[in-house]
Write a protein that binds this ligand. Structure first.
Ligand code: G4P
Length: 288
């Protein structure tokens, strides 16, 4: 599968992070809990050196809790890394972060201490703006429905000893691996015009039928799982009235509907990849 993206932005992101590095005490890397590997940009790991990092597994409300636990264990084996699943819209979840930041950088951010400087990084659409808004308790960064909407550099004093730097910090998804790109597309992290909706939807239907069959059967009131992803998507389309004149199923509309419902959590909590098994067992571009 071919998904077009803008590699030129990577160079800029790299330059911005390198420039900000000397003043940063800690990184908060926002990942999508449903696909923590594919929503990460390896550039950060290469650049951060010894600086501590909190991996926020965001959109935890949409991810399979058991799989998310295994991601937390996976990340916490890495040097200087803590991982925390959360829902960036939930103030109680997000309220845990400042304490964790102070714990990871002793001597900063407390009473009478120097400000703790935190750079929030992540690919578009993982929820950075939402997280920053919740942390700040007010709307600061723009939250939108299209990837790449956060563009203006800004610093936000949380008035609790922590200074957030929003951008620079905008990384870009790496789309060299077609399976990872397919999962990113399924999650909504890539602009809808940049990929083949039907192909991504078919791959994802196949994956969900394999890993979460009960959720698929329940959501679409299917009596049984059909043999192929195409048959399943056609049946979903038929049941949801995605038809063209003559009664044929409009597969593209069915594909859009399925991805929309998956992304908004209507099927239930679904993770698209697990640590260590990504290539073998998860949504793959070849499933189509
Ligand atoms: P970004 O800055 O990293 O680009 O992401 P942003 O905060 O704009 O969030 C992208 C979308 O993800 C937004 O939805 C936002 O509401 C949603 N989102 C962020 N965090 C969470 C979370 O923890 N759980 C869930 N379920 N959704 C989350 P949107 O539909 O594009 O915008 P809106 O209509 O919700 O404002």
């Amino acid at each position: 599968m071919n998904i077009d993206w803008y590699p030129g932005h990577m160079k800029k992101a790299r330059a911005q992070i390198v420039e900000g590095l000397p003043t940063i005490d800690l990184f908060i890397e926002v990942l999508d809990a449903r696909l923590p590997a594919s929503s990460a940009n390896p550039l950060l790991e290469r650049l951060r050196g010894d600086k501590p990092c909190i991996k926020v597994l965001n959109k935890n409300d949409l991810a399979d809790p058991t799989v998310t636990k295994s991601w937390v264990r996976f990340f916490e084996k890495q040097h200087g890394v803590r991982a925390i699943p959360l829902d960036a819209k939930d103030r109680r979840d997000v309220g845990l972060l400042p304490k964790l930041c102070r714990k990871l950088v002793p001597g900063r951010g407390g009473k009478g201490e120097r400000l703790l400087r935190v750079m929030v990084v992540g690919i578009p659409n993982v929820g950075k703006s939402t997280l920053i808004n919740t942390l700040a308790g007010r709307k600061i960064a723009r939250v939108g429905d299209k990837p790449a909407i956060t563009t203006c550099p800004q610093q936000i004093d949380l008035r609790n000893g922590i200074l957030l730097s929003d951008t620079p910090g905008l990384l870009w998804p790496v789309l060299e691996d077609p399976d990872g790109a397919c999962r990113l597309a399924a999650s909504g992290a890539i602009g809808d015009n940049a990929f083949d909706t039907t192909a991504v939807s078919l791959a994802t239907v196949e994956y969900v039928a394999g890993k979460y069959p009960a959720l698929l059967l329940h959501r679409y009131k299917l009596p049984e799982l059909l043999e192929t992803a195409i048959l399943l998507l056609e049946e979903i389309g038929r049941r949801r009235g995605c038809l063209v004149s003559g009664g044929e199923v409009d597969l593209h509309r069915a594909a859009e509907l399925f991805l929309r419902e998956l992304r908004s959590g209507k099927l239930g909590r679904i993770s698209l990849e697990r640590p260590g098994k990504i290539a073998a067992a998860e949504v793959t571009a070849d499933n189509k």
